[in-house]
Design a protein around this ligand. Sequence first.
Ligand SMILES: [Zn+2]
Length: 507
Amino acid sequence: MSKIAISSGHSTKCQGASDILNEVAEATRVVDRVAEYLRMAHVEVETFHDTVSTSQNENLNRIVDWHNSKTRDLDISVHFNAYQHTSKPMGTEVLYVTQSSLASKVSAAICEEHDLPNRGAKYRSDLFFLNSTEEPAILLEIVFVDSSADASEYRENFDSICMAIAESVSGVEIDDKPVPPEPPEPEEPPELTDQNRVEITGSTTGDVAVIINGTLVRGEKRCLNTIRMNIKMIGDVTVSINGEEFNNKPPVVLEGPLSEEDQDAIKKIANGSAIADYSWRDRGTAPSGYTAGVSLTFANVYRKLLMDHVPSIEMSQARDANNSKDVFNVYKSKYESLGLSNETSGPDTLVNLFALLLGLGMRESSGKHCCGRDMSADNVTSDTCEAGAWQTSYNAHSFSSSFDQLFNEYSEGAEDDDPQGFLDVYEQGVSCSSSDWSCYGSGNGYEHQEMSKRQPAYAAEVAAITLRNRSDHYGPINRQEAELRKEAVDLFKEIVAYFEGKTAPSA
Ligand SMILES: [Zn+2]
């Protein structure tokens, strides 16, 4: 490898993950140190850190443009992973599209230097950096910022990790071993100017603490969300950031992902249900993963409802008599004919909503998560382009801030592992062509299409929100073609019962 271009992920003004470690600060240190080692090995190297971009799109484009402006043989992007605050060792992984063997080699080399799991090389077809750089590329996820085991192994072995990266990417052995430098100092936070100052005011009652870690930046909404994630509020406290109020309910309230055990039980319930074998009108039986995928999505929404997650509460509200576009008004007589009521907020209403959601996805796409836009329609701008099993376009976000909340929560997960998207389940029995996967336009509208297809649970949740606010977005609802089946209601009730511990999963 004769010439390498290496950059840190994210930007100082639109931060990445931050917990025990700050992703941007540490990625910057790794890039600089790896470059020093490469120069020692007489490998040509150029480095880049984005200190300008204030949004994720601007940042991704700036980084990729920099790489593509260089003459080089390899592109490297340095990131740190995030999942949930833990003391457990999480480890290192290296993401690739074409560079499978280099990615395994680099991941293994880093893991020689620390006592953490080697998560290895991972194929990722959904990352802008890997897809848009024109030379062979890899993306390093050094360790997890939110694992204390990872943070201490990383700090202890910072230098040898950087040297291992330099040696494994260049194939050159660095025999000129340098004197070990002093243990790394935590980075000084960047100086605050009026440009990046954020006004935070708070009010509290009782014993409270407000802990702020990470760097405060001003930016667009998704950056504000990052700031919000970096403020840990304990006790009864309300904080206002630039006039927007947040209380101590955490923005992402899932206490960890749905466990393997729960997932297996729910899949078993779904696959054994009468609705899994039902032949939907004009569409036939659902793809084998569809019913189970929607069931897992429902299970998480139900869990989030119990934890006061705002979008889940909104989905579970009683019928809104004042909104003729609430699907519970449009389908009122159909629910009544099955003896179902949506007059009380809570899990029963959520069950009824998901039963119709199941029928709507079959009608819109035959349960195909990768479904692109309707080629006969001319909805081709980023915001009007329909995508995913429910064919929801991004412009539906303007009807409810819960849509935006889900967008932010799932897009935080999009970069790292996102077990809650359930692509691995929804994709069973579905075949996707390359034109299915292609998305249109740019910005949030583009990201919405990508997320709808690659995190089908996101598509299901935003469709559930849209059904409650503007169900006229969906032609099959207006024409009452989406089927509401009692067997679907029974399925979701059984999942609720599973969680309530009233019935054990069928053996
Ligand atoms: Zn990152």
